[in-house]
Design a protein. Structure first.
Length: 364
């Protein structure tokens, strides 16, 4: 029989709130919010919640440039060692042992510490849980070398400002961030009939287009075809990164490179988008963000993450409707989620390893 924690005694309610919607209690947290657990939960949903404004953390562009310069210096060092008299090519190619942590890894670890510190210090942790949820939804991998130093800036710049904003704004920020463009290889995707494509004869990459439709918006098996993916991939050709070699100030930042962009109109899921350079791709994202299938996909994932591994269908439908009715207002959707009766009932829900680890650190 399910336990209704909305009707339980105050301390049980408080503990439930901290575990279900946050990262678990710190010493004294249960007593601190026991008088009004729901109020403490909703109090976190305020403007600028979730932002990390640390001047020591570099922007995505700065991190990209620093990592690029580091790699160039390492390359020059290897070449210099290779040219030393008596040094064989095999010895010259071996990395030096010991020394400091490589700069890209330093950036990554500093960002990771800031992220964990934010979760550790959160009163309840609802907004930080939302940050983790959306970063997982729009995931990039630090295992892909060039992406590693950008992961923290990606979360700070593309995810955190929008967790209580509009889904369409987050979607655009995510898909144009250098970390995503690197991770899914769109930075060098070339339209077949673009200026560069006519000279090279190849280069279209569908990774980002497919990921956006399958995972970020509509979900799998929701009516689009392979032709739609290909057309969308053509639309977002030219969504690239400014080379640091060419621009020491803005290198590593988003760049719409018209030389790579496939010209002409494209039809995606029955709708034709006129040629509009960068605006063509932005228009497609706007349509996808407000598609009913996207609302259902996002609602299902939110309910699964916070409420139950097999979420109640009525809750999923309520969240999807709220997304549709508000134009993707994530603040209103979050309020609907955390005040829903189903969210206050005990259900089968497994925490992810990172959430367990954070709960253990908060209680110690």
């Amino acid at each position: 029989m399910a336990i209704d924690f909305g009707a339980s005694e105050p301390k049980a309610q408080a503990a439930f709130v901290l575990h279900r919607f946050g990262f678990g209690p710190r010493p004294g947290d249960i007593e601190r919010i026991a008088s009004d657990p729901r109020g403490a939960l909703l109090a976190e949903l305020k403007p600028a919640a979730g932002l990390l404004k640390d001047p020591d953390l570099p922007s995505g562009g700065a991190a990209f440039r620093e990592a690029f310069e580091f790699r160039q210096e390492r390359k020059a060092e290897r070449e210099a060692r290779r040219m030393q008299p008596g040094m064989t090519p095999d010895i010259a190619a071996k990395p030096r042992q010991g020394g400091m942590i490589p700069l890209p890894q330093q950036i990554y670890l500093t960002e990771a510490k800031a992220r964990y510190d934010a979760a550790l210090s959160a009163d309840v942790g609802l907004v930080e849980r939302l940050v983790w949820f959306w970063s997982n939804h729009f995931c990039v991998s630090a295992d892909k070398g060039p992406t590693r130093p950008l992961c923290g800036a990606y979360e700070r710049e593309a995810i955190r400002p929008h967790v209580l904003g509009k889904f369409s704004d987050m979607l655009l920020a995510v898909e144009t961030h250098p970390a995503m463009l690197l991770y899914l290889d769109n930075a060098r995707s070339i339209g077949p009939n673009s200026f560069a494509g006519l000279r090279r004869g190849k280069g279209l990459n569908e990774n980002l287009a497919r990921e956006i439709m399958e995972l970020h918006t509509l979900g799998v098996r929701t009516g689009y075809t392979q032709a739609d993916v290909t057309s969308f991939a053509k639309v977002i050709t030219g969504w690239s990164i400014r080379p640091p070699k060419q621009d020491a100030v803005h290198g590593g930042e988003f760049w719409f490179n018209e030389r790579l962009h496939e010209p002409g109109p494209q039809t995606i899921i029955g709708k034709t988008y006129a040629e509009d350079c960068f605006g063509q791709g932005r228009a497609v994202l706007e349509t996808l963000a407000h598609h009913p299938a996207t609302a259902k996909h996002i609602a299902t994932k939110l309910a699964t993450h916070f409420v139950a591994d097999a979420p109640p269908p009525a809750l999923v439908e309520r969240l999807a409707k709220r997304l549709r009715d508000t134009g993707g207002d994530l603040l209103q959707v979050t309020k609907t989620l955390v005040t829903a009766p189903e969210a206050w009932q005990s259900r089968d829900k497994l925490k992810k390893p990172g959430e367990w680890a954070m709960a253990a650190m908060r209680v110690s």
